[in-house]
Design a protein around this ligand. Sequence first.
Ligand code: CMC
Length: 392
Amino acid sequence: TGHVTLDPGFVNTASCRSAITYIDGDAGILRYRGIPIEQLAEKSSFLETSYLLIYGELPTQAELDDFDQRIRRHTLLHEELKRFFEGFPRDAHPMPVLSSAVSALSTFYQDSLNPFDPEQVEISTVRLLAKLPTIAAYAYKKSVGQPMLYPDNSLSLTDNFLRMTFGFPAEPYEVDPTLTKALDQLFILHADHEQNCSTSTVRLVGSSQANLFASISAGINALFGPLHGGANQAVLEMLQGIKDSDDDVDAFMKKVKNKEQGVRLMGFGHRVYKNYDPRAAIIKKTADQVLDQLAGGDELLEIALRLEEIALADDYFVERKLYPNVDFYTGLIYKAMGFPTRMFTVLFALGRLPGWIAQWREMIEDPETKIGRPRQLYVGATERDWQPVSSR
Ligand code: CMC
């Protein structure tokens, strides 16, 4: 078929030019707008990093304060949207609840859907950043049968989310700076990762000139899969499975290496990083600190460390350049913080949101953007005639 090249999974095809995130997979380098992830993880805040990703520069103090204030003003959900949550079954997974609620934002803000009006894009940006934590906390409260809490706009974005998740209406909520710092850092590490599956989805949907809410909702659904954002939940389920079964770690590894159906070492391997994942290196340190402080020794952490130790010395993993990725440790940290397993991928979505928004905005402003429309190599039947049902 002429000039069409086959590239399943787009391992060799650049879909756009982007000035947002730089990755060198061989060297284990990750930078947002040129700034190394190590510096941002240590010194920045999630709010500041979100600004950097979306607007391209670190904010001045005045710009940061203004950004913060604008977001705080928009944390409330429309009361009708609140009722939306009652329609889902009690045991609904919070990820589809999240994507549905974001999709529904298009129905509540019909005045801000024009992708080519910068003012409308700006207000949608602020609404999304402000409301996604509220939506996520509501989804959580719904799943455990507890009353939802309205946002308290005297709190920072991350503290507000923690309070709405773990707080109760009749009790004062005490901010825990260690918890806030750790969660904020995890959000920074997840905030963008160039053209990964969910981000490419956001861009592809957006390339049809669908609005920002519709595009982000699609990205949340892409993130839900276990090979992508769902991996953090899958890692914990894997560790728990090993703990609960008679299998020891070696028996589990044997299944992985024999490629038994559906058995992968979750949290290992990456399409781009072939030496190490710089985010995993940062998180491993946090895992040690948080688990020490919040949970004491953790049996699942022991299993994780053992798996890692075996894998790093095993030919199967070495030959294929499989190393722990960002999700290998995040689940353990989230668990120690008190989040149920089903919330893990929601936390990834909260972190990735500014990246999705930045990428969508870059896409919509780029004169080179065209509707995303891959080609195919047809391998079906050649022309043949329709047959009456009696002769099939
Ligand atoms: N356990 C066992 N074998 C693996 C694993 C793993 N986790 N990952 C890759 N392999 C093998 C794979 O079977 C293949 O072997 P062979 O060459 O013999 O056929 C080889 O390594 C190359 O793998 P691939 O599937 O072609 O690589 P990919 O770039 O398409 O996939 C990946 C990347 C991340 C989807 C994959 O490594 C994986 O499934 N990992 C587990 C899930 C996971 O942790 N995902 C989170 C990724 S980081 C955060 C995010 O992006 O959301």
